[in-house]
Each structure stands twice: as C-alpha cells, then as structure tokens.
Design a protein around this ligand. Structure first.
Ligand code: ADP
Length: 468
C-alpha cells in the first residue's frame, strides 16, 4: 500500500480446492493495517483526481495490454486458487482485461453540460467529479474480473481505492496491483488489504468518515449488513448481491439452442455464479425431451482438477460450498425429486461435485429458494406463459433471467414482465463489459460496466452563473 508492501504479523495459507494443498502464505491484515490503507488512499486522492483523464486512460490501457500478454500466468493462478478449468480461467482473463480497456475509453468521455435556466437569467453549469476514496469488496468466484470491473471505473473516474478481496482468492488481486503499478499507477492510488477478518477490518473503515463509496459484490446477507453500516455515514453504495435466476424454456423454443444455453447458464464457472440458472422451468410438452438431452450433456462433462487438459468441471471452492450443493440435492430427493444424473458425493481429495440434473422438484424443496452455487440443474414444468412468469418472479431476487422461445412477441412480452436486471434471450450468457450489469429487488443497487458503470464513481456538481 502507498507503493510499499506492508507485512502484517499474521499470515494465512492460501490453498487450492483441487487438492486442499497450500499454495502460499498471505499477509493477514489487521484493522490497523486497514486504516493505514485508507490513509494512503485519502492522501493520494487529490493528486489522482487532478491527473489528466488521458493519463488515467493510458494507465488502464497499458494494464489491459499487460493482462492480455500474461493470460497464461493469470489463468493458471486463478485455476490454482479458485479451481475453475484453465479454459474458463483464460476466458475470465479476457473478460477481466476488457473492463480496463472499456474504462480506459470512458475515462476521457466524462462530460458535463450547460443550460439556460427556465427564467432565462442563470446559466446552469454541470460538471462531474470523482466521489472520493472508495472501498471495493470482491468475492472469490471471478477473482480477476470482479476486481477489474470495480477498479476500472473507479480509476477512470479519478477515485483512489482500498480493495479487499475474498480470503479464498487474494492472489489475483495482488497480481492486478502489480500489473497496474507496472502500467504506471502512482503509489497510494490502489491499496490491497488481504485479510481473514473481513468484518473486523471493514466496519471501522466504513464508520471512519473517509471512505466515500462502497462497491460490494457478494451475498445479499452480507450486503444488508454493509448497507446498514453505510447508512450511518451516508456512504454511496453499489451492491451486486445474490441471484436466483429463472430459466424458461417455452414449447416454441429451438431445443438445441435451449439445451446449449442452459449448459452455459448453469455450468459456467461450475455454477458458482450469481447469474447461474437456479430454477429451470420447461413447458410440459417438451419437458421430457429437454431433460433427457440436458442430462446426457451434463453426464458427458469431465470432472477433475482445472489444470488437467480436457477438464470441463473443476472443484467447488471449498468443503462448505460442496456440502451446501449436496444438502440441497438430498433435500430435494427426500421430497420426491428424481435424479437423472449425478447426485453422489465422490470419494477422494478435493471439493469435486458431479454435474447433476433433478426433475420432479416438490415446491417446498429448499433448492427452489436457495442460490445453489454448484453444478446442479433443478427442472420444473409449466403449462402456460402466465404461470411461468409468476413462478419466475416468485423470489426476492432479480439479477439475471433467461428465456428460450422463437416467438418474438412472446420474447419481448416475457422479457418486459420478468423482474430482473438482465435477460438472456436465447442465450445463457449475459455478462459483457459494455453492458450494464446489475440486479433489481434484493439482488442489488446500481450497475457495473457499460456506459453507466463510471457514473457510480462520479458526483454531479452544479454551478449557478447569473448572466446579466
Ligand atoms: P460468499 O458467500 O460468496 O463468500 P460473502 O458475501 O460472504 O459471499 O463474501 C463476499 C465478500 O465480502 C468477501 O470479500 C468477504 O470476505 C466479504 N465479507 C464477508 N462478510 C463481511 C462483513 N461482515 N463485512 C465486510 N465484508 C465481508
């Protein structure tokens, strides 16, 4: 931090979920270390805000180039610390880098305006300024991309940063800090706080009066706690929280497209994504065929360490993550669900879980209301459009939703009725750096990426100018 690496007294072992082996030891920051990071960010704020947008832009652009050049190293790092197969890790590197390129382009397009007041007397000048030092808290599922999606717009806007990565995946954020330093980022602008004491380190920072913005990605449960803490000092927030994405397959869908899209929506990142299809609704007339095709595809996936060539499905993040997925499967089966494939805990080391397809899910099953975060597809049926939309909206969440139909009228009608921030229409992938990512209802506040992503880190300032 502030251009130096501090070495707190504590260290914790970073492990790989494929075997449980230790990768390295990571500095375990204390609340005092957290405060020092904020002080560094505060000290650097004025200088960074005054740095010309073109200079900020070019630092981000250089960092993009470095990330792309180091794709293999960064992909391997993520596969080791988080478990995803190398092919997916490479895709994440490209996705992550793209946020730096996108926001390098946005840094030089921060605009304002001038208008004549309705009474004709004043000129109203509107300019935009960085909100100030930001605290960014990231999850473990996309260790690089969740970092760049927040760091990119914050730096582009002229904000300094304290970033607290998830304890499961600190290494990708540390690598990002090194890359940005190499790209020319001045000392103190980005400060990484790795810690196992999230609550103890973060709360005093939010209550300290110096952080002006929190951008958080994680569970709704933790998001609520942080929102309450931010309320006391009126900190602006962006919240990317949990999801419970519905995926609807209508009888007029192209089934090849629907199965392919469901594989992506369900299995990207082993299902460890807040956009993952959590509840799959299939029209009764195509349900059997869809289920058997999906089960065949799922059963054919190769489960194994992410570093092994040909692996489709890596280990889940930890034992707790795997137990959660398995408990949800067992609960559904106990209540009458049929297992078409998977559902058995494998022997041996590592947090592996087989791709699983369940049908005949009873309405009281926990899997219906719980974010699975694993490779488990839970299928239910419906008979008409209203029923499907009502069931899809029957959740406190509203992040992503997917629908498969070849009828354009229906596609637009249903897309507009779904209570969700993002819709995949005949596709299982909604993430795109150029699109506004975010949710409605208890899935969050604000948007990341796209034209609006930088707004989250800017304040308007209006100057009244009387003209005589
Ligand atoms: P998940 O269940 O996916 O791990 P969490 O919401 O628990 O999601 O974690 C997301 C991020 O929030 C991580 O960086 C984690 O360390 C951090 N975190 C968890 N609890 C707190 C807390 N009470 N205060 C601040 N940060 C927290």
């Amino acid at each position: 931090m502030a251009g130096r690496t501090r070495s707190p007294a504590g260290r914790w072992p970073s492990t790989t979920p494929a075997t449980g082996e230790e990768l390295c030891r990571v500095a375990d920051a204390s609340p005092a270390d957290g405060r020092r990071a904020v002080e560094a960010a505060v000290a650097a704020q004025a200088g960074w805000a005054a740095t010309p947008p073109r200079v900020r832009s070019e630092i981000l652009r250089r960092a993009y180039d470095i990330i792309i050049a180091r794709t293999e190293d960064l992909a391997l790092l993520m596969t080791l610390e988080m478990g995803k197969p190398l092919a997916e890790a490479r895709a994440e590197v490209a996705y992550a880098a793209e946020f730096f390129r996108w926001f390098s382009e946005e840094a030089v397009r921060i605009d304002g305006g001038m208008m004549t007041a309705p009474d004709g007397k004043n000129r109203l000048l509107v300019t935009r300024q960085p909100v100030g030092p930001c605290l960014l808290i990231t999850p473990w599922n996309f260790p690089l991309a969740m970092g760049t999606r927040k760091i990119g717009p914050a730096l582009a806007a002229g904000c300094t940063i304290v970033l607290k990565p998830a304890p499961q995946t600190p290494l990708a954020s540390l690598a990002l800090a090194e890359i940005l330093t190499e790209a020319g980022l001045p000392a103190g602008v980005l400060n990484i706080v790795t810690t196992t004491e999230a609550a103890g380190v973060v709360e005093p920072l939010l209550r300290g009066g110096q952080i002006r913005k929190l951008s958080f990605t994680g569970s709704t449960q933790v998001g609520r706690i942080l929102l309450a803490q931010c309320a006391d000092t009126v900190i602006r927030t962006s919240m990317e929280l949990g999801g419970n994405a519905p995926l609807i397959v209508f009888d007029d869908a192209d089934l090849d497209t629907a199965v392919e899209g469901t594989m992506v929506a369900k299995m990207r990142n082993m299902g460890e994504s807040c956009c993952a299809a959590n509840r799959i609704f299939v029209h009764t007339s195509v349900a059997e065929e869809f289920a058997s095709r999906l089960a065949a595809r799922m059963a054919a996936l190769k489960v194994g360490p992410g570093t092994e060539p040909g692996t489709d499905v890596g280990p889940l993040i930890d034992v707790a993550g795997r137990s959660k997925a398995h408990d949800l499967v067992r609960d559904a089966v106990k209540r009458g669900a049929t297992v078409l494939t998977g559902g058995e805990l494998p022997e041996g080391p590592g947090c592996f879980y087989p791709p699983t397809v369940l049908t005949d899910i009873a309405p009281e099953s926990a899997i219906i209301d719980t974010e699975i975060f694993g490779p488990v597809a839970a299928l239910r049926t419906f008979d008409d459009e209203d029923e499907a939309v009502a069931a899809a909206n029957d959740t406190e969440f509203g992040l992503a939703a997917y629908l498969f139909t070849q009828n354009l009228d229906r596609a637009m009608r249903v897309a507009e009725r779904l209570e969700s921030g993002m819709i995949g229409l005949n596709t299982g992938l909604v993430s795109n750096p150029a699109a506004p990512f975010g949710g409605v209802k208890q899935s969050g506040l604000g948007r990341e990426g796209g034209r609006v992503g930088i707004d989250e880190f800017l304040e308007y300032k209006y100057i009244a100018v009387p003209v005589g």
